[in-house]
Design a protein around this ligand. Structure first.
Ligand code: FES
Ligand SMILES: [Fe+2]
Length: 342
């Protein structure tokens, strides 16, 4: 098993799951998410047990889903409740269901057995929903690479100087910084601290070009691949509070072994009612993640697709310590889960 089962996986942004529902492959299972009359989200296996039609291609009868092929009907609890060809419900006609939680504008799927989820384990992304003081832009892309290669990319932000030449690259400032990786239980922190530098591109509108600033990139990682990045800039020597911070979400969910859903967001605390700022940020991040990161990660993954990462003997540069530690934590958690099952 190359993924954790007992973990929360981001299934989508809450507004992706409307009345019509959303069908998404997660950990190699096609799952249908849809809204119940009370507004809660149900998640069922998107596969009819009769001839395997996707139930997402069916219709709705109240909270029940009617298969579009021959009309078997299923409740959100996974029970087959109607057979149009007789009174009897055939044996084996129930379908798997999944625990779902909705928090911070995100629909989360519990990868373990239904009824065993723990909402206390949901990572905090409370900065994402808009407030009177904040605005977020959000995006999604399908990455044709294993999700751990996406994590490697995000936990090693030194690639900014090379991959993001058209967007975030900062005239080498990352090389002026200190990189540290700390663990706090199963949470990892991979942080860059760059003191006494010229304002990086994210801060150029807020500081005169000759100013000296302190700049930080603090990345928090939780298994399986759930990350928050705080991008901060403050006048050199001042408290962090005297400057500003941009919190971002970078969350990867394995679709299958070789492809991953990549969800991202970025929150600002100024220029709130400016649709042009939204459009500019969406273009900037779209260029950075879709045009710059994605082709590089996919091409690199293509070179080792289907092979064991460690057996390919990846060279260590130190900057990749965050990604390496995340891989090790995940291996340990998956091994623990497999041992508990054995
Ligand atoms: S495939 Fe669903 S009822 Fe036949
Ligand atoms: Fe990147």
């Amino acid at each position: 098993m190359t993924w954790l089962q007992c973990a929360w996986y981001m299934a989508g942004w809450a507004d992706e799951v409307g009345q019509a529902g959303l069908s998404r492959r997660i950990t190699d299972k096609l799952i249908f998410f849809y809204r119940l009359a009370d507004g809660k989200v149900a998640a069922i296996l998107d596969r009819c047990p009769h001839r395997f039609a996707p139930l997402s291609k069916g219709t709705r009868d109240g909270d029940n889903v009617v298969c579009g092929y021959h009309g078997l009907t299923f409740s959100p609890e996974g029970r087959c409740v109607h057979n149009p060809f007789g009174e009897r419900i055939p044996a084996g006609a129930d379908i798997p269901i999944f625990d779902v939680a909705e928090k911070d504008g995100i629909v989360w799927l519990w990868g373990g057995v239904a009824g065993t989820s723990d909402p206390a384990l949901l990572p905090d992304f409370s900065f994402i929903p808009n407030t009177p003081y904040s605005r977020s832009v959000r995006g999604y892309t399908l990455l044709h690479a294993n999700y751990e290669y996406g994590t490697d990319n995000l936990l090693d932000l030194s690639h900014i100087e090379f991959v993001h030449k058209g967007t975030f690259a900062g005239q080498g400032v990352i090389f002026a910084g200190d990189h540290s990786v700390k663990t706090d239980g199963d949470t990892l922190h991979s942080n860059w601290w760059m003191p006494d530098i010229a304002p990086p591109s994210v801060a150029q509108a807020m500081f005169p070009p000759e100013a000296k600033v302190d700049h930080w990139l603090d990345m928090r990682w939780n298994a399986p691949a759930t990350m928050r990045l705080n991008i901060g800039v403050t006048p050199h020597g001042a408290d962090r509070q005297a400057g500003f911070e941009v919190p971002q979400a970078h969350i990867l969910t394995p679709a299958d072994e070789h492809s991953s859903h990549y969800f991202w967001s970025s929150t600002r605390f100024h220029d709130l009612e400016n649709p042009e700022a939204d459009a500019m940020l969406l273009t900037l991040f779209g260029d950075a993640f879709d045009v710059e990161d994605k082709p590089m990660i996919e091409a690199a993954y293509n070179n080792v697709k289907g092979k064991d990462f460690w057996k390919e003997k990846p060279v260590s540069l130190g900057i990749d310590q965050g990604g390496t530690r995340a891989r090790r934590v995940l291996e340990r958690l998956i091994a623990q889960e497999n041992n508990a099952e054995a």
